[in-house]
Design a protein around this ligand. Structure first.
Ligand code: SDX
Length: 374
């Protein structure tokens, strides 16, 4: 018996996953049973990628080997570098990754000598290289070396490629935790897009390209950039309160707030807020973080809405010196690990994903000749 029509599939159980628990009554957000709090506090992003892709946390020797593998996968094939150089400097950087993913799929197609795990690792390792190769080519006219083997973690690699110098321990650790918090989140829109695509037996790159397209939207992964643009409009908490109050009166959406699943708060938000607070403290900030906190308390008091992961991620990335237009690409870099795990899981128990629709069109009618049409 078909279920009733739920717009946006709200509240619909659209399948099973063993990868994470999101918003289940009383259950903390966990990745394969490990609390996000424990992972953000004590794991590295590479351990989380490994956990999602291979099902268990790596032992020390496995982690070292895995990091060495990812380092070797950071290089970009020459034709891909040419393509990245041909993309305009004005391109949306998420589109650069969407194009890079699609192009790599033609250069290193999935097949006998390249299985899904190999492609997952290749994309997790090379997306930072693609993004920052394009960025420096157009921003500084430089063709950067992307392997940077002296920087063994994804967070360290990203910040080093971005700045051209090693990040501080606090900055590397903070980005590492942020990447962990963004890695996986059950059947969110972009992950579900990946699963729909792979359920047709399409290839790995097509699924990830589709996921990138879905994450790009401001209702999903693009909210972090929207939150930063909002925060930058104000120079004091009072000004922010007045401005956001006007937005709410006009029924405008405040980026970085609300969530389809979490109605009592996104468990990732307090963690990323704490990290953002540390960075604000280190930067001697007396403005941006208080503005963010004032907006948080206003949106809650006026709409009963909590910040989601994107709101304070924007603050943290700002204090890491990451340009706003690179915020959502960072979400892509992190979520590729979750997408990859869902692609593997969907393939392991595949059934074509094809829901029903409630018909709301015209009743059956005769076909009119051209003369009869007005
Ligand atoms: C992510 O699904 C995931 O897991 C996603 C994610 C992940 O890790 O993959 O968690 C990452 O995408 C987080 C969400 C990032 N997006 C934003 O921050 C954009 C702003 N948020 C909203 O657009 C909204 O909250 C959604 C899209 C996130 C959820 O929207 P829903 O569940 O469709 O709820 P809704 O739009 O129907 O809103 C219900 C009410 C409405 O008010 P009324 O019309 O009933 O009076 O709440 C209001 C909305 O207007 N509302 C907001 C609001 N979010 C909801 N009002 C102002 N600002 C907001 N942000």
């Amino acid at each position: 018996m078909p279920q009733k029509n739920a717009s946006g599939l709200e509240g619909i159980m659209a399948g099973e996953t063993a990868l994470s628990t999101v918003g289940k009554e009383g259950l903390d957000l966990t990745y394969r049973g490990y609390s996000i709090r424990d992972l953000a506090a004590a794991a590295s992003f590479e351990e989380v990628i490994y956990l999602l892709l291979y099902g268990s946390l790596p032992a020390r020797a496995e982690l070292d080997r895995y990091r060495s593998l990812l380092i070797t996968l950071r290089d970009l094939p020459p034709p891909l570098r040419v393509i990245l150089e041909q993309l305009p400097p004005t391109a949306n950087p998420v589109d650069v990754l969407r194009t890079g993913c699609s192009a790599l799929g033609t250069l290193e197609p999935e097949g006998q000598d390249r299985d899904a795990h190999a492609i997952a690792n290749r994309l997790c390792a090379s997306f930072p290289s693609m993004l920052l190769y394009w960025f420096h080519f157009h921003r500084n006219g430089r063709r950067i070396e992307t392997r940077a083997e002296a920087h063994p973690t994804v967070a360290d690699h990203f910040l080093y490629l971005l700045r051209g110098e090693p990040p501080s321990a606090l900055h590397a650790r903070t980005l590492d935790a942020a990447l962990i918090l963004h890695a996986e989140h059950e059947f969110n829109a972009s992950t579900f897009a990946c699963r729909v695509i792979i359920s047709t037996l399409s290839d790995f790159y097509s699924a990830v390209t589709g996921g990138i397209g879905a994450l790009r939207g401001p209702l999903h992964g693009g909210a972090d950039e929207g939150a930063m643009k909002l925060l930058e409009r104000f120079s004091s908490p009072d000004e922010a309160e007045a401005g956001v109050r006007k937005m709410l009166e006009k029924k405008e959406k405040v980026m970085g707030f609300g969530h389809r699943v979490y109605k009592d708060g996104d468990p990732r938000a307090p963690i990323i807020k704490g990290l953002a607070g540390q960075l604000a403290e280190e930067a001697g900030d007396r403005t941006l973080f208080p503005i963010a906190e004032r907006i948080e308390s206003l949106v809650f008091s006026e709409k009963g809405l909590y910040p989601n992961i994107d709101f304070y991620s924007a603050v943290a990335y700002h204090f890491l010196g990451i340009p706003t237009f690179l915020f959502t690409p960072l979400f892509v870099i992190s979520r590729t690990s979750g997408w990859a795990a869902h692609i593997l899981e969907q393939r392991a128990h595949n059934r074509l994903i094809r829901p029903l629709a409630v018909y709301t069109g015209p009743a059956p009618r005769p076909f009119p000749s051209m003369e009869e049409r007005s």
